[in-house]
Write a protein that binds this ligand. Structure first.
Ligand code: SF4
Length: 585
């Protein structure tokens, strides 16, 4: 394992990579297809289809069905799994991929405050083709597997090593008692970073399940063993699990861990739960592990009154809770949430789009609070765990677009004319450019509770505050009209750029002069007769200004009695300034 210097890998993004999967240990065999332009750009999808002769790629195609757009439209998907791994205690994360990909991923991780080393196993054409990369990875695992430091090492194949078939499943399962977990997270097979979180979560849950099935495992910290528990699937705002816990408490249920987990032992506690609540519906591999462990999985979440009632009922059924107890919990929740909605009702048309996986749930909260939501776009695919929310939204007349592309989100914005857009950066940018308020889904909506009474009450004030900014945005739009448009748009402009005039040229043009560029100097004015007149005027003004300056100097010197030191001029010589009485001379 080494630093960036030994990389030499050429990124598929750049379109320059050509390699052949090697025979033997590091490849898929002699028939493996040639790899070219594999990455997040180019004709990656077709290549991926061609190469889907490996079980790993076939499984990716099945678990993460590709959508209408051809490439990921967000950040490199591997960032999702990297981030989840970096948040786990006593866990090392190692990447193998093109140097540029690894640079971008580590940069972003540290930008988001990872404060952990990201390991890197570089490759070049030779190590990729000969299979030496697999050996390098194996050696890196041996070098890193220190049981005093780590419970697990997450080894991630990025695009090129995945496409080359570097077989991480052949790595030792454990070295010095440290678990080695290999995952493939290529951009051409995992379309969003949200799904990459599932790739990692599914892989570690699988390992933990197999360990638990094989024999006794370490007891998880804070294990609840006096009541049935419900574990939650999906990254949630920190206050949300507490809110959900209080909703299920009257049913005699306790909250289990939230997956993705923060340490290895939590995986055992999660699998030990009686029910898994797939709050984020795209964690399909993780949900599958719960099912394999014999746990019931329930989709949707406790959002709004109707959503919460339906969810509590499903959880009660799955956990075998007495109907009376469930009914009491439902009545209590209904009262609290209706009260919260009544105290903060929402008015206005809102568009929702994002790539977090909670878009449908957020739309439900908004609709129950009184908003009109004509369109919800999510970058995630439809899954059986989002079916309930999908049906509910469609019944309200909301169009739900799974695997939504940026173009679809923008088209919807133009068609529905919302009062507010909640979306990804480019969608919000489009809205604001058109004078419509926008809120970033990730920063401003995901960073708030959305479940139970807290969710019902917390969003309305923020959204109303944003909607009030429409008039101000209209003024800004007017003020910046034409800025950053046409030839000034920057990248992507294909016409001949317009000549940019200097301030002097603009002034001259405004006065009717004709502006041209002088040779070898700053722009000068090739002026007509009118402008010659203007030039004379300027000269006169400059002369009179210097005369005024001389006068001031003279007066000042006279006042101080030092007239003799005042600068001499021609006019001075003709008309000497008399020394004042009592002067220094
Ligand atoms: S690893 Fe990420 S950045 Fe690199 S080619 Fe694949 S998708 Fe693109």
């Amino acid at each position: 394992m080494g630093g960036m210097s030994g990389g030499g890998g050429s990124c598929g993004c750049g379109g320059g990579a050509k390699a052949q999967a090697a025979d033997g240990a590091s490849g898929n065999g002699a028939d493996a297809p040639e790899i070219s332009d594999v990455g997040c750009h180019g004709d990656a999808r077709d290549k991926a289809r061609e190469m889907a002769d490996s079980d790993a790629l076939k499984q990716l195609m099945e678990d993460y069905p590709l959508g209408p757009h051809e490439q990921p439209q967000g950040m490199c998907p591997a960032f999702g799994s990297l981030r989840v791994g970096l948040r786990m205690r006593r866990t090392a994360t190692v990447l193998s991929g093109s140097a540029c990909c690894v640079y971008g991923l580590t940069f972003t991780s540290h930008f988001y405050g990872a404060r952990r080393t990201v390991g890197y196993v570089p490759f070049n054409s030779e190590s990729l083709v000969t299979g030496a990369l697999y050996e390098d990875i194996k050696q890196a695992m041996h070098d890193l597997a220190d049981p005093d430091e780590y419970d697990a090492i997450i080894m991630t194949n990025l695009c090129i090593p995945t496409a080359s078939g570097v077989p991480l499943d052949m790595l030792p399962k454990e070295i010095n008692g440290v678990r080695i977990v290999g995952i493939d997270v290529p951009g051409f097979g995992v379309p969003t970073h949200a799904e990459a979180k599932d790739v990692l979560s599914g892989a570690v849950l699988k390992r933990a399940r197999l360990e638990a099935e094989a024999g006794p495992v370490a007891r998880p910290k804070d294990l609840v063993d006096d009541r049935p528990t419900v574990s939650l699937l999906g990254e949630l705002f920190p206050a949300d699990p507490m809110g959900i816990g209080s909703l299920i408490d009257p049913m005699g249920l306790a909250l289990g861990p939230v997956v993705p987990v923060r340490e290895w032992r939590e995986l055992y506690a999660a699998l030990d739960s009686d029910v898994c609540a797939a709050i984020h519906p795209h964690y399909v591999r993780a949900a599958e592990q719960f099912q394999k462990a014999g746990r019931r999985v329930v989709g949707s979440g406790p959002v709004g009154v109707e959503g919460t009632v339906a969810w509590l009922k499903s959880i009660g059924d799955a956990a075998g809770v007495d109907a009376e107890k469930t009914g009491a919990a439902i009545d209590r929740a209904r009262k609290m949430i209706s009260g919260a909605i009544a105290s903060a009702p929402l008015k206005g048309r809102v568009q929702v789009s994002g790539y977090e996986g909670s878009e449908l749930l957020v739309a439900r909260v908004l609709i129950e609070a009184g908003a009109d939501v004509p369109y919800v776009g999510t970058a995630l695919p439809k899954s059986k765990w989002s079916q309930t929310d999908y049906e509910w939204l469609e019944a309200q007349g909301t169009h739900v677009q799974f695997r939504a592309s940026l173009e679809q989100d923008i088209e919807a914005f133009k068609e529905t004319d919302p009062d507010l857009v909640i979306g990804t950066t480019p969608v919000v940018q489009e809205a604001k450019e058109n004078g419509v308020p926008g809120l970033y889904f990730t920063n401003l909506v995901s960073a708030r509770p959305i479940f139970g009474p807290a969710g019902a009450g917390s969003l309305a004030p923020v959204l109303h505050g944003a909607m009030k900014g429409r008039e101000r945005l209209g003024q800004m739009k007017q003020f910046f009209e034409g800025v950053g448009t046409g030839h000034a748009v920057g990248y992507g402009w294909t016409e001949v750029p317009e000549k940019k005039l200097s301030a002097k040229e603009r002034n001259a043009r405004a006065r009717g002069g004709k502006a041209t560029t002088g040779a070898g100097k700053h722009s000068e004015l090739a002026v007509g007769k009118d402008h010659e007149g203007a030039a004379e005027e300027t000269k006169e003004r400059e002369n009179s200004a210097s005369i005024r300056t001389r006068d001031r100097i003279r007066q000042s010197a006279a006042a101080k009695g030092s007239a003799k030191r005042a600068p001499k001029t021609e006019s001075d010589a003709e008309e000497p300034v008399p020394a004042t009485a009592g002067g220094a001379d």
